[in-house]
Write a protein that binds this ligand. Structure first.
Ligand SMILES: C[S@@+](CC[C@H](N)C(=O)[O-])C[C@H]1O[C@@H](n2cnc3c(N)ncnc32)[C@H](O)[C@@H]1O
Length: 327
């Protein structure tokens, strides 16, 4: 793996206050691979609190434009306040990035110079107790990124069949004790609705007592799985990468930061397909892959955070950055 250098801490920047809520992961590396230039049009598809966006905006003046999307209204509004100094060159929208083609068509900007996708949730979302993402919080089991959506994690935990729960834990959490945990959840909900994060964390810990070495909290994988399921994070992700590249100008770049192997596998597969390679693993005679070279990878292996960044931000430890360039 390529280890990158961490540069420029966050203290002393105009947004060091927001850095307390979320430190942008591999900020310098993302900028390097995006190759931001004055006058260019860039998309931050996962705006969060605007940490990466701020750094992009500093580099695209004069004449540049940043289109920022987030499906979380609260994060978007925080970013809007924070990016106020650049308000004349930003368009910020409460949108799922899977609607990016529609957004670009509506803005009359068919082709852009770069797109950044920093997947997952921010520290702000994770640590805000009432959002219900953390097994350490006593909040309602919520986990919705977009709070206008109805389905919550509590709905899944209380309403799904034992088989479906086990399937979700196995598929999205890669949890080898998925059946045991699903059975414990179903037993517990017979007595009372499972409403709070700590309640679920205790049920999972009880189900795994003595079975998992304490490297991570026993409920880590269960919480990851439910979050991915509630927000349908992986559905349509491959199609999004494939479709989105046609909105890049030749030479424009797509930069993706992922945080777990399920996301990274999709990024890798999409990048392979976009560079005209086979992904179906059939023999050449039976292969139906499009084999059209639309873009070329600019990172042969994933870029990972350097030690200095990991010291400052342990949350970055699982991050992988991959980039490709439109031909
Ligand atoms: C890791 S954070 C991004 C942090 C951001 N780069 C920064 O520097 O502050 C990921 C953000 O993407 C948003 N998000 C996740 N999936 C999304 C989707 N499909 N569409 C739009 N936003 C999404 C989350 O709500 C969250 O705010």
């Amino acid at each position: 793996m390529v280890r990158a250098n961490w540069q420029a801490g966050m203290t002393g920047t105009p947004w060091s206050g927001l850095a307390m809520e979320h430190l942008p992961v591999m900020r310098e590396e993302a900028l390097e691979y995006l190759q931001c230039r004055p006058g260019g049009t860039y998309v931050d598809a996962t705006l969060g609190l605007g940490g990466h966006a701020w750094a992009i905006l500093e580099r695209i003046q004069p004449g540049g434009l940043l289109i920022g999307l987030d499906r979380d209204k609260e994060s978007l509004e925080k970013a809007r306040v924070h990016l106020q100094p650049f308000s004349d060159i930003t368009r910020l929208l409460h949108e799922n990035f899977k609607n990016l083609p529609l957004v670009l068509n509506n803005l009359g900007n068919r082709l852009v110079d770069g797109i950044l996708v920093d997947l997952g949730i921010s520290s702000f979302q994770l640590l805000e107790p009432e959002r219900g993402f953390s097994f350490q919080s006593d909040a309602m089991l919520d986990m919705r990124m977009d709070r206008s959506q109805r389905l919550t994690a509590a709905d899944l935990v209380n309403d799904l069949s034992e088989e479906r729960l086990a399937e979700i834990l196995f598929r999205y959490g890669e949890e080898r004790f998925s059946r045991r945990i699903a059975a414990a959840i179903v037993r517990a909900r017979e007595h009372a609705r499972i409403a709070r994060c700590t309640q679920l964390a205790e049920i999972v810990s009880g189900a795994l007592r003595g079975r998992r070495p304490h490297l991570i909290h026993p409920a880590t994988r269960t919480f990851q799985a439910l979050r991915i399921a509630v927000n349908q994070e992986l559905e349509g992700l491959e199609e999004f990468f494939i479709n989105t590249v046609s909105y890049l100008r030749p030479g424009g770049r797509l930069v993706v930061i992922s945080f777990h192997s399920l996301e990274d596998r999709i990024v890798k597969r999409s990048f392979r397909m976009l560079s005209g390679r086979c992904v179906c693993e059939r023999t050449p005679e039976l292969c139906t892959c499009p084999r059209r070279e639309e873009a070329l990878p600019v990172t042969s292996r994933p870029v990972t955070p350097g030690d200095a960044e990991l010291d400052m931000n342990p949350r970055a430890r699982s991050a992988k950055l991959r980039a490709l360039e439109r031909v």
